[in-house]
Ligand binder design. Structure first.
Ligand code: MSP
Length: 548
């Protein structure tokens, strides 16, 4: 990875109609891992996240809760969305709210430019709209509800709620002008949309024809006013997409804008179309560069369906972090699911992986190595001498893992990067079993060999701390301190591409003691902790109630 490149990564901005669930946290963690990795690779990194606060959905939620949309948004942002970032340790550089004055100013500049350049016209919109999706719908996006409250009514396939029939005078964006330009973009930059499955779906969609897009609404006023017509507010998606440039100074701070843009857009595949069709068309119209990439990750499934609050299958991140901790939360979702594919969440799988991989695999390795250096060398990292084949094999594993993990991150294959790094954990555990340092410690003639074995394991852990710091920052930092590695600088200042270079930990460094990084969690039933079991039962009951 070349040093000093700009790496600007943005998550979607989340609706504040409700509190966050683990699906939202999943996107945040993935973006955070990528940002931390790039930061530690010397790239000029910027991580943006934020909230999407305008539109009918938020307005209705506020009204239903007897308050104003602004007061509702303020409450949700301060009580739920900002605390989420803290709770899952997100290292965002900025947080944009679409109610920020900086956003409103820049949205107006952008719209005025498109209007002046002839890309916006006034027209008549007649058709369907789903407030749940905040999206104009075609007939084949809808079904007739077979039963329940809405029996016989046309409902949105995603939200299963009745759609609105609109007949409004609106402003339109000439999106149809960009059909061929978009297809050319997808052809000439095959990795513009990833993964392949999302790319294929979007290419099909664009090939089937693009219509102009209605970009204003006049039947309510919770939004940003169209600069030349006060009776209209900007369609919420058209405005929300602009956050990626309004947050970095579009129209107001050219230097910052030039430094950051274009971004990598990380989104759930449900909203890849907005990001890979409407968004680049808007940017092309404004003569701006399109994003570097749009990556549509998969869904977290619960009981085989996309987990969502509206279907009552939402799980709050706190339900998991309270029992397993923040790092386990981050590690689990990044390692257990192939990034780009859907993944089923289950408490049993989480608990099993926590114990096998984090408690027994990694945590135990760290505890044993630190304890042995304390016991056999009075807490000073021993020097190595006379490396034999088994030691050199560890060095090669560490070197290869670094290279492979870095290449995997370049491809957004976070799970593959973790698998490569885990090869080091397994190799070190196997090495300790074979080298039997406890046996060497009983034989004075083996003192040097014991030193080499323990240096090899400690230096392997040094590399692991660096490679794992983007994923499990707190535990990696505890390990860093316990290894006495702070003399090399702060962990977050260590270069990831250089992590595989052998021999960085200084002999003589003073190791500390270390509490178990991932303590075992006692559970009433095999594999399922008490709080988790209760939460799982509640979620299952809620899901059953919905499907009943
Ligand atoms: N406000 C829009 C996005 C505007 S971006 C200019 C929006 N918000 S949302 O609150 O509904 O968040 C959707 C995003 O949350 C998804 O794209 C995805 O990143 C994440 N997820 C929501 N549910 C999810 C799962 N069940 N699984 C994985 N990710 C999920 O859409």
């Amino acid at each position: 990875m070349a040093a000093g490149n700009s790496f600007y990564i943005a998550t979607p901005i989340f609706y504040v109609n409700d509190v966050p669930h683990i699906g939202h946290a999943y996107t945040e963690v993935a973006a955070d891992v990528l940002a931390r990795w790039h930061r530690q690779s010397g790239d000029d990194t910027w991580l943006l996240t934020g909230t999407d606060e305008h539109g009918q959905k938020i307005l209705r939620t506020a009204v239903a809760n007897d308050t104003t949309p602004q007061a509702w948004a303020d409450k949700l942002v301060n009580e739920s969305w900002l605390p989420l970032l803290d709770a899952i340790n997100i290292s965002n550089d900025d947080f944009i709210r679409t109610t920020d004055a900086r956003h409103e100013t820049a949205v107006k500049i952008f719209l005025q430019k498109l209007y002046d350049d002839g890309f916006i016209y006034s027209g008549e919109y007649e058709g369907y709209y789903c407030v749940g999706c905040e999206e104009y719908k075609q007939l084949d996006d809808l079904v007739e509800s077979a039963s329940g409250d809405y029996a016989g009514k046309l409902v949105c396939k995603i939200h299963s709620i009745p759609i609105e029939v609109l007949n409004e005078r609106n402003y339109f964006f000439r999106m149809s002008d960009f059909q061929q330009k978009l297809l050319d973009l997808y052809e000439s930059r095959p990795d513009f949309i990833q993964p392949e499955s999302v790319r294929n779906e979007i290419m099909q969609f664009v090939k089937s024809g693009l219509k102009d897009l209605s970009i204003s609404r006049s039947s309510f006023d919770w939004g940003i006013k169209i600069p030349w017509d006060d009776d209209h507010v900007v369609y919420v998606w058209f405005e929300a997409l602009l956050n990626y440039i309004t947050a970095i100074g579009y129209g107001t701070d050219n230097e910052q804008f030039r430094r950051r843009w274009p971004a990598v857009q990380l989104v759930g595949k449900d909203i890849a179309r907005f990001h890979a069709v409407i968004w680049p068309a808007m940017l092309m119209a404004a003569e701006l560069e399109v994003p570097k990439k749009v990556f549509g990750h998969g869904w977290l499934l619960v009981g085989g369906e996309k987990m969502s609050k509206s279907k009552l299958t939402g799980i709050a991140p706190k339900q998991i972090t309270d029992t397993f901790g923040v790092d386990a939360f981050r590690y689990y979702f990044m390692s257990a699911i192939s990034f780009g594919s859907d993944g089923s969440f289950s408490w049993e799988d989480l608990s099993a992986r926590y114990h096998a991989e984090l408690a027994n695999g990694f945590g135990n390795l760290a505890s044993r190595v630190i304890a042995m250096i304390n016991r056999y060398f009075d807490g000073a990292v021993p020097a190595a001498s006379g490396y034999i084949a088994a030691d050199l094999a560890i060095q090669a594993t560490v070197f290869d893992a670094t290279l492979q993990a870095d290449t995997a991150i370049e491809r957004f294959a976070i799970h593959e990067a973790l698998a490569s790094i885990w090869a080091v954990v397994e190799a070190l555990n196997g090495y300790i079993t074979v080298q039997e340092p406890w046996a060497l410690s009983k034989d004075d003639t083996q003192r040097e060999r014991l030193g080499t074995v323990l240096y090899t394991t400690a230096e392997g852990l040094r590399a692991l701390a660096v490679l794992l710091s983007p994923v499990i920052p707190e535990s990696a930092d505890k390990l860093w301190a316990a290894l006495g590695a702070t003399g090399l600088g702060a962990l977050t200042e260590q270069s990831i591409p250089d992590a595989g270079r052998w021999g960085q930990l200084l002999p003589g460094s003073a190791v500390q003691t270390i509490a178990p990084l991932f303590p075992r969690i006692e559970s009433p039933e095999p594999g399922v902790p008490a709080a988790a079991a209760a939460a799982a039962a509640a979620a299952a009951a809620a899901a059953a109630a919905v499907t009943a």
